[in-house]
Design a protein around this ligand. Sequence first.
Ligand code: HAM
Length: 421
Amino acid sequence: MDINPIRGMKDLYGLEFRKFQYVVDKSVYVASKYGYQCIETPIVENTGVFQRSLGDESDVVSKEMYSFEDKGGEQITLRPEGTAGVMRAITSNKMFVNENNPLKLMYYGQMFRYDRPQKGRYRQFHQIGLEHIGEKSPYTDVLTIELAVDIFKAIGLNNVKVLVNSLGGSQSRKVYVKALVDYFNKYENELSETSKHRLVTNPLRILDSKELNDIEICQNAPKSRNYLNKEDAEYFEKVLMLLEQCNINYEIDLNLVRGLDYYTHTTFEFRMSLGEYKDALGGGGRYDGLLKMFGGADVSGVGFALGVERLMMLLSNDVVLDSPEKVAVIPVSESEFDVAFRLVRTLLKDGIPTELITGGNSLKKRVELATKRNCGLLLIIGENEINNGTIVVTNTKVSDSEKRNTVVNMKEIIYFLKKNI
Ligand code: HAM
């Protein structure tokens, strides 16, 4: 039996798990201040949920989905992203949403993409995602971007840059796609096979190609911003103006088309502006008509998802150090196990973080073990302590040996610990 996890997937424990929890907790806290509520959708959906909404020709759908037939013959897929599932859930649960009654939903959990694993890229990874559905305005777009920036700041990342672009609405998009087709037709023979195919089925997706030759051809391809109609251009100008007003560190990236089909108007991505990590920490944008595609109301939405592993990579270990404010109850020998056990339960019931240390075959070993487990206060229980009704509390964080130990009356131990933790 192979005891390794599946390639591109990993176990999460110890420090890494604490980093994960930290990123999720901070994000949920910040987003809830902006009025978002949590939703959890299943990890597996019918393949159709993703296929049309993300786009048959997108890399995610055409190459990266974990899709299979279940025992009942249904085609199902491990979710590669969260937006489509949330739209499906809004419709399935008949959640009420219209222009006057927007929905603000956030989610976090595992996503699956059969991608080539490398630093910060996995086949199972976690996203934190937010969707604001029902309202369409540059104000909503910019507040959504600012919310992401606030999350970055809350977890201590102050050097995040926002890249923005606009794909325009459906009318501008038609004109733009025609310009792309005219342009790529000139290079038809030089394009990769996938791009040739996309030229017929979905020309916009040629811009996602990772083939070197395609990338070169794409460099001079028409840019969506130059094909926006008046209304869409004004919308984007307003977004830029509001970003200025909010002092958000942004840059226009005319090549930002974002790999999934559902985007319209504003698209954005978050990257570190300093340091060596170049991949996106997250990204998102506006989507008109996505909910309607799932049979819901014809309203627009905007949202983004952050890659939790990528954020964890940038966190310093200090922010998630195990709390040293933990108490260890250490019986000197087996005769004191019963008393120690009762004391541990009393302390825990009173809300004091406590561990019972019975491992190791000597007191010295147990003290070492408690220190390794990051317990700051040691309560050593021996025969004398039981007879006298007192406990010696050793504060391992105090270096002065005379002040390290305090004799405390057993009856006052909770009061003492609460004062000293
Ligand atoms: P996405 O750009 O495909 O957007 O993914 C968002 C983020 O997920 C990426 O920026 C990255 O940080 C992380 N990510 C993606 N693939 C991997 C991977 N293989 N390993 C580790 N991290 C990864 C979406 O998924 C959209 N649903 C975002 C959205 C929400 N748009 C509107 N609402």
